[in-house]
Write a protein that binds this ligand. Sequence first.
Ligand SMILES: [Zn+2]
Ligand SMILES: [Zn+2]
Length: 394
Amino acid sequence: MALLELPDYRDTTVDVSIIYGGRTTVPASYVVKTPIAGHVLLDMPCYSFLIENKRINKKVLFDLGLRKDWKEKLPPPSKQHLYLKPASGYSSMQNMMRHMLTAIELRVLNQIESAKAIMDIEQDVADQLHNASVPLESINAIIWSHHHIDHTGDPSLFPSSTDLVVGPGFKRDTTTFPGYPTNTDALVTDDAFFGRRLVELDFSDAVTIGGFLAIDFFQDGSLYLLKSSGHTHDHISALARTSENHFILLGGDIAHHPGEYRPTEHLPLPIEISPSPLKEDTISISTCPGSIFEAISPANSRGSDAKVTPFYELNAGMNEDLGDAEVALEKMLPFDGSAKVMVIIAHDASLLDVLPFFPNSITEWDIQGYKAKGAWSFLKDFVGAIDRSADGST
Ligand SMILES: [Zn+2]
Ligand SMILES: [Zn+2]
């Protein structure tokens, strides 16, 4: 196993809070390849993160979740014409993939709308900051992990002094820039850009961290933005230093469910899982054997060791470039296995009960033990597949 080299400490850390930015619910089959029996729906909360560098008095937001007025303001699902547009209009395989992705997104949106089901956002991130007496003027930048609607929120609620930071390739791709309605192909709205500085990251002078190209955002080693394209062309992740020796890796949509990156040789399935994910039992259970989840892992049918192979594989339909997405996710695995790093992807529902949300902070995640508490919590999504008679829990 290659040793993960984390960047040197340069006397500066950041504080991190996780903000609940609404949630969506989608069929699991749209998101992961071959869902485990009983894992029908994927509950996808949309997380935003407030990151504060107190030394230089700067605050940024990484992602914004959903926007409250999405029904009125988003590029309309009537953009379904994109779905029907003949593939001959697309010159490369990559564009074909994007074509498919758009189709899937629209199908999800339409299905959710017709089912009157969940695209649930009560309070924009901007409202939550305001209610917690964090002035919007104090937010120096909004950083989008990528351009999808469950991440872009509503930057127009922020003053023009707040920059909008996007990943490489954003400005030259017609699905991202300019925005809708100026550009009817765009999946983002123009109002995000009006009157504000739009900064597209340039990784040409980047350093490398764990195989990712990385930009030292505050130039003091406290926050790195990582190039992690694949899910989309403009996708980035972030590595925030929360103490001299600890980091939080904000994955964005590098994966959509922890089963896509756990277990691995870096973070094997424990022999005893504690706390037990079988919480719905009436009997109080503190631990459960890892073997009951090992037995139901689709990795077995792929001929892999289920103790060290993720339950799920990435789904081609969810990623513009599946190969790049797999490479990016592979790079993240040593971070996930390191005791110095806690990984949080944008839609990890298993952390809803584990982490304290804004205005609380998750900066002291290592001291509070959030990683140990949350790493296997996602297994509760698979309980439907377990033969309860074989459940040897204590
Ligand atoms: Zn996405
Ligand atoms: Zn997303």
